[in-house]
Design a protein. Structure first.
Length: 268
């Protein structure tokens, strides 16, 4: 035993018992844990608005892409129908504004898909996803109503008078003078399709989701849902993003035609 102790001293190796302080130095105290949680919460609060803005920006870009595809389909339709665009709302059998409604489709979007044919909701979900804004608050099927009415609004003033049943002629739109018809007569200033919202004209409030869902898209008003801007397809096939003043100035979107803020407040 004495020999072992002597050799141990001579070897220069020492053994020590860890203190209580060193045994617990790797653990969090309750206060430290709360501080870490508070820092994470602060960082999350700082990052979430930026992430939401990025998401909204991505949806606005996708909205522009959808409208460009709508313009392509609109022009294909006009090429095949003696230069006529589809009517904004439910068309009539004889093409008049007060005739018997055609039962094949309910709005311009249905006409683009299959004029005169029955519609199948499940088969056409992907097709109609292109014809609506990705920022729409209501999608799918509500209260037994098909999703086909939930699309971009079509300007019902392109024929020279307000009408959802008359089909405007692409080459004669600028011959008329009416609200929503720009004084410039430039095809790039004629709004054809745009972000919209269905509102009660008396209360100036957005309708309940299922009621709004049911009505034809052309009965809606422009909604500035993309950072207080609305995207719109123009008659020349281009897509514009304008604020409230821009739509009033360039496209003659008078107060009577209506406009809503991004949160659904009536602006006119």
């Amino acid at each position: 035993m004495k020999f072992f102790a002597a050799n141990h001293r001579n070897s220069g190796i020492s053994f020590s018992v860890p203190s209580a302080k060193s045994r617990y130095c790797g653990r969090f105290t309750l206060i430290e844990l709360l501080i870490v949680i508070a820092i994470i919460a602060i960082l999350a609060a700082m990052l979430l608005p930026a992430l939401n803005k990025a998401r909204e920006k991505a949806q606005a870009i996708r909205c522009v892409s959808n409208l460009k595809q709508c313009g392509f389909l609109m022009n294909l339709y006009a090429d095949s129908n003696t230069d006529y665009l589809p009517s904004p709302g439910r068309a009539t059998v004889d093409g008049s504004s007060s005739g018997t409604p055609a039962v094949a489709y309910n709005n311009w979007a249905n006409a683009l898909e299959a004029p005169g044919e029955a519609l199948n909701e499940k088969e056409n979900t992907r097709f109609y996803a292109v014809l609506r804004c990705p920022s729409l608050p209501y999608t799918g099927r509500l209260h037994g109503i098909y999703q086909f009415s939930q699309v971009y609004a079509m300007n019902p003033n392109l024929t020279g008078t307000w009408s959802t049943r008359l089909a405007p002629r692409r080459g004669r739109v600028w011959k008329n003078t009416y609200q929503g018809i720009p004084s410039s007569r430039a095809v790039s200033d004629y709004l054809v399709l745009g972000d919209s919202l269905k509102m009660n004209k008396d209360s100036k409030k957005a309708l309940e989701p299922w009621i709004q869902y049911y009505y034809f898209s052309s009965e809606g008003i422009l909604q500035l849902r993309h950072a207080e801007r609305a995207n719109g397809l123009m008659l020349d096939g281009s897509v514009r993003s304008e604020n409230r003043g821009g739509w009033r100035l360039r496209s003659n979107w008078t107060p009577g035609l209506g406009m809503a803020s991004g949160n659904g407040v009536y602006l006119d």
